[in-house]
Each structure stands twice: as structure tokens, then as C-alpha cells.
Ligand binder design. Structure first.
Ligand SMILES: Nc1ncnc2c1ncn2[C@@H]1O[C@H](COP(=O)(O)OP(=O)(O)OP(=O)(O)O)[C@@H](O)[C@H]1O
Length: 326
């Protein structure tokens, strides 16, 4: 088990990690989300042993992970860390980069493993190309393949798909996590992307100002975010007076509820009357910006709505009502 126990760390005055604790079971995938600067990368780097902590300890299966003061070469052989810069060897081929940490003793297996990974990251035709001649996204795919090549026990991924085109990330993500699951690799992934955070993780940690403010399974976290900071990590969200959505319930006037843009729908009439200001085309739908008594509100709609048109909105009852209880 990976056991992060009450760790604190600061570069300067302000702590960047502030009494952070969590555990990951072998084979678990844990996503770490939070606004920029909240400490996600620093947490990953601390787990990798790149810092001497001010407080706390990190263990992997009863072995303490040591910082640079005690460990000349940071990082343990059972762990791989994929940083935001890819750290590839520029003058050797993609194939050699992926095989960098694999033993030459079992040549045939090494070659098969590299082929399997080249296929996973869809770079078969670039096997003999040097990374220097690849795009940023292609380099990131090489780095990903190299990070998993050795089948580490722990894989630390920092924004692993940030440079990769969106049409490719979905399949790559599925293939990568299938590989991670098959090999029972424990994976901690820091991400801005709500799909990474929700679709493949067993649990999600939410960071803010160096603290873990919530640890939950992804579905709970999404359905009951508890506050606007957390909900906003998954997309646009409105904070709406509960009795405008459910007048029959007589909620107190100050009771508000978080409602994602796709949870609001137009209806014949309701207590939530808004004036449309703008419709933004988003492919499968429009995002509509409207005003309710001067307060901005966003919702999704299948078609364009003209500016200044008045519409009435309702919310998906069951899910949103459940959220009010919290
Ligand atoms: N080497 C450093 N020296 C001083 N401060 C640093 C250093 N690295 C990071 N920080 C600070 O630590 C805080 C957390 O940074 P970190 O990179 O961990 O955040 P993050 O959540 O990963 O952000 P992002 O999502 O933008 O990558 C930030 O305020 C950052 O400025």
C-alpha cells in the first residue's frame, strides 16, 4: 500500500503541501485534481522522493520513501514518474527511448514489449524517428510508453495527456488504463481534465492550497460536490436558490444548490424565469448565457435561442434534490 502520512512541504514561507494524507492500495488508480498551483505536481514529486519533507512520511509496502538528503539518485526502481516535461533522449530513436529501462538480457521479450507499447500510443510508424523530430503530443506519447514499459509498481502521471490531440486521447486513455489495470500498477494521476479524474479513477483527491479537501469516489464527488470550488473542476456550474427550482418544498430563501449546465432544461413555465443573452455553439448543443434578476446563469440547450428571449427553466429533479440535502 502507498501510505502518505501527514506530509508537509514548503519551498519558501508558505506550505505547498500542508498535512497531506492518503492511501492507495496496490493496483488502485487515484486521480488528483485541483486548481492550478494547488500542489498536485508537488505531491507527485514528493511521492517520487524528490523533496526532503518538513513533516510526515511516505511508505510503499513498509519501505520508507526517502528524499534527496538520504537518497543520492531520486526515485526508486519500482516507481516511474512522468513529468510535465518529458525528459526524452533526443538523439536516439523512439524505439530506444521506450526500451531505455528494459533489460537487454531478454531481447525478444524486450522487442515485443516495445511493439505492444508503440501500438498502444499509436506510434508504430515513428519507431525509428528521433524525438527531436516529433511534435509535442507525439513526444508525450513516447514518454507515456516509456513510463509504463518497465511495468513499475507505482506510476505517477502528471497531466499525461495535456499535449495530445483530443480525438486521440480517449482511445489512448482507455488503452493506457487497461494496461495499468492488467498489470496491477498503482497509479496516481494529477490532472486538470475531468474525464481523467472521473472515468478511470477508483478515487479522487481534491486539492486546494496544499491541502486535500476531499477524498471520494468519482461519482459521489461529481454528484455531490459540496461546494462550488469542487463542482467547477468538472465544468461550468450555477449556484441557484433552491426554492426557485422547487417552490413546493419551501426551502429557506438562503438555501442554494449547485446545478451543472446540462441539468437545466427549458419548460413551459416555472419560478426560474431568465432572459437569454447569448447562445454559444458547442457542436452537439448550445451553451446559453442568460440573466435571472441580473444574475448570470448558464445552461445547455439543443438549439439556438435568440438574445432577449425569455425562457423558464427547471432542473433534473432527483439528482439536484439529493444535492440539496447535503
Ligand atoms: N521549485 C519551486 N520553487 C518555489 N515554488 C514552487 C516551486 N515549484 C512549485 N512551486 C509553487 O508551489 C505551488 C504548487 O505548485 P504545483 O506545481 O505543485 O501546483 P499544481 O497544482 O501542480 O499546478 P498546475 O496544475 O498548474 O501544474 C505553486 O504556488 C507554485 O508556485
Amino acid at each position: 500500500m502507498l501510505d502518505v502520512k501527514d506530509i508537509s512541504f514548503r519551498f519558501t514561507e508558505k506550505p505547498v503541501l500542508d498535512t497531506v494524507s492518503f492511501q492507495a492500495q496496490p493496483g488502485q488508480v487515484v486521480s488528483v485534481i485541483g486548481e492550478s498551483g494547488s500542489g498536485k505536481s508537488t505531491l507527485l514529486r514528493a511521492i517520487y522522493g524528490l523533496y526532503d519533507l518538513d513533516r510526515g512520511e511516505i511508505y510503499w509496502k513498509d519501505k520508507k520513501i526517502l528524499g534527496p538528503a538520504h537518497n543520492l539518485v531520486p526515485g526508486e526502481p519500482y516507481m516511474k514518474y512522468l513529468a510535465q516535461d518529458f525528459d526524452l533522449m533526443p538523439y536516439v530513436s523512439v524505439r530506444e527511448n521506450i526500451g531505455k529501462f528494459l533489460s537487454n538480457f531478454y531481447r525478444e521479450e524486450k522487442s515485443e514489449r516495445i511493439d505492444e507499447l508503440l501500438e498502444m500510443v499509436e506510434l508504430e510508424e515513428y519507431a525509428d524517428t528521433r524525438p527531436g523530430n516529433l511534435s509535442g503530443g507525439q513526444q508525450q506519447r513516447v514518454a507515456l510508453a516509456r513510463a509504463v514499459a518497465q511495468q513499475p509498481e507505482i506510476l505517477l502521471l502528471d497531466e499525461p495527456f495535456s499535449h495530445i490531440d483530443s480525438f486521440r486521447t480517449h482511445k489512448l486513455r482507455r488503452d493506457l488504463f487497461a494496461f495499468i489495470r492488467k498489470k496491477n500498477i498503482t497509479c496516481i494521476i494529477a490532472t486538470h481534465d475531468s474525464v481523467d479524474a472521473l472515468s478511470h479513477a477508483d478515487k479522487t483527491l481534491v486539492m486546494k492550497d496544499g491541502k486535500i479537501i476531499r477524498e471520494d469516489d468519482p461519482e459521489q464527488l461529481y454528484q455531490k460536490p459540496g461546494n462550488k470550488y469542487i463542482a467547477s473542476l468538472f465544468g461550468e456550474v450555477n449556484e441557484i436558490q433552491a426554492n426557485l427550482l422547487f417552490p413546493a418544498e419551501n426551502y429557506p430563501d438562503d438555501k442554494k444548490v449547485l446545478v451543472y449546465t446540462h441539468e437545466l432544461h427549458t419548460t413551459e413555465t416555472s419560478a426560474l424565469r431568465v432572459r437569454v443573452k447569448e447562445s454559444y455553439f458547442e457542436g452537439s448543443r448550445y451553451l446559453i448565457r442568460a440573466l435571472h434578476r441580473g444574475t448570470p446563469l448558464l445552461f445547455e440547450h439543443p438549439s439556438f435561442i435568440a438574445p432577449e428571449e425569455t425562457v423558464y427553466l427547471k432542473a433534473e429533479k432527483k439528482i439536484v434534490k439529493e444535492r440539496i440535502k447535503n
